[in-house]
Design a protein around this ligand. Structure first.
Ligand SMILES: *Cc1c(COP(=O)(O)O)cnc(C)c1O
Length: 369
């Protein structure tokens, strides 16, 4: 019996790296509310990522909800249907209206030309995703936001460690959010973060993630409990010692996949040029084109029957779900590219522990068709 290969396997540092943190937590009795490991992880992530201010969160969804709460106000938020459902849920949680705009076929990121066409007097913000860790069209989106006086908030959940020619991709926009969930490139088991650009904004976000408390006796906003615990912060500190190794192994796997897929008619991968100057290879999406011998879903089923479990991220589109499908912007005619791509895409297994032999097994199944 061969082993099952899943699309991802969470990265874990050696347990021996983690034990000293546990001993300190047990010794000092500080479990949460901005303890020493929380403070240290914020500082070390600013250094590692090259960003000015980070606020850690208990997960990426609450970070997104809080970022939109901090900036977007009431009204419409333009976003992509080609993402994990939390992107749009965060808009609904704030009582705002998501307006879905189509993606570009090469990158599967928001199409700036179509963003501009979707702006109305009620639009308050644009919420793009750096899908698969490939940077969105940050310059065009910044120009549109400036022209129309809109806030620009990136769901950068996939983009940990990604740089473009200007540095960290997390520095674009008014705010960027990260997910540090187990399935992401860098994880604290559960976790998230908001990257901001001034001490005042970080202070505002830090209040919002602590019930809106401003000191002991004053509550200034309808904040939530978004705090990251000391245990999760310690996991992050232990992971940071290994992140460069994780990223290097992901890059090797991506190279192996590309070489293999180059020889298979009907399968394409996204252009490596989309990944920026320092890609993170968070995902390895392929497109199963019409000239491949079988459909994407047949391939998906055949692979699963052989113990290889790719994922069809992002099928179904967010706009297919019950709470979104009746919105005017969720209509099929509004999202032709996203709809075609959602039926072609397949994300292959990629994670640091994946062996060359595992990659060969995946490629053999793709070749068999
Ligand atoms: C993972 C993810 C989220 C949610 O993050 P959690 O940490 O799981 O709450 C949001 N948006 C995108 C695009 C994601 O991939």
């Amino acid at each position: 019996m061969t082993k099952d290969i899943f699309v991802t396997k969470p990265s874990l540092p050696p347990l021996s790296d983690f034990i000293p943190y546990l001993e300190k937590i047990w010794a000092n009795g500080i479990l949460t509310n901005g303890g020493p490991f929380h403070t240290e992880l914020e500082r070390r992530l600013c250094d590692y990522l090259g960003v000015p201010f980070i606020s850690l969160f208990n997960n990426g969804t609450i970070a997104l909800v809080t970022a939109l709460q901090a900036l977007a106000g009431d009204g419409e938020v333009i976003t992509t249907p080609f993402s994990f459902v939390a992107t749009a849920h965060a808009v609904l949680w704030n009582g705002q209206t998501p307006v879905f705009v189509d993606v570009e076929p090469d990158s599967l990121n928001l199409d700036p030309a179509k963003v501009e066409a979707a702006i109305t007097p009620r639009t308050t913000a644009i919420l793009p995703v750096h899908c698969y860790g490939n940077p969105a069209r940050v310059q065009e989106l910044a120009a549109i936001a400036r022209r129309h006086g809109l806030k620009l908030i990136y769901d950068a959940s996939h983009a940990f460690g990604v740089n473009d020619a200007t540095g960290s991709v997390l520095n674009h926009g008014d705010l960027s959010t990260l997910s540090l969930h187990a399935t992401k490139v860098f994880n604290t088991f559960e976790g998230g973060a908001i990257i901001s650009h001034s001490a005042e904004m970080k202070d505002r976000i830090d209040k919002l993630k602590n019930f809106g408390h401003d000191g002991e006796v004053s509550v200034v906003a309808t904040g939530i409990n978004g705090k990251m615990s000391e245990l999760n912060s310690a996991v992050g500190l232990a992971q940071l010692g290994h992140i460069d190794g994780y990223l290097a192994r992901r890059a090797e796997i991506a190279t192996l996949y590309r070489a293999g897929i180059d020889g298979i008619a009907g399968l394409d991968y996204l252009s490596p040029a989309l990944g920026g100057t320092r890609p993170n290879h968070a995902y390895f999406p392929i497109l199963v084109q019409p000239d491949y011998p079988i459909s994407r879903d047949e391939l998906f089923r055949k692979m699963k029957a052989q113990g290889v479990h790719p994922r069809r991220y992002f099928y179904p589109l967010i706009t297919e779900f019950e709470m979104y499908r009746r919105l005017p912007s969720a209509s099929a005619v509004n999202l032709p590219v996203a709809r075609v791509m959602a039926d072609r895409v397949l994300c292959l297994p990629i994670y640091p522990d994946l062996t060359d032999g595992d990659v060969a097994r995946v490629l053999d199944l793709l070749r068999a068709g």
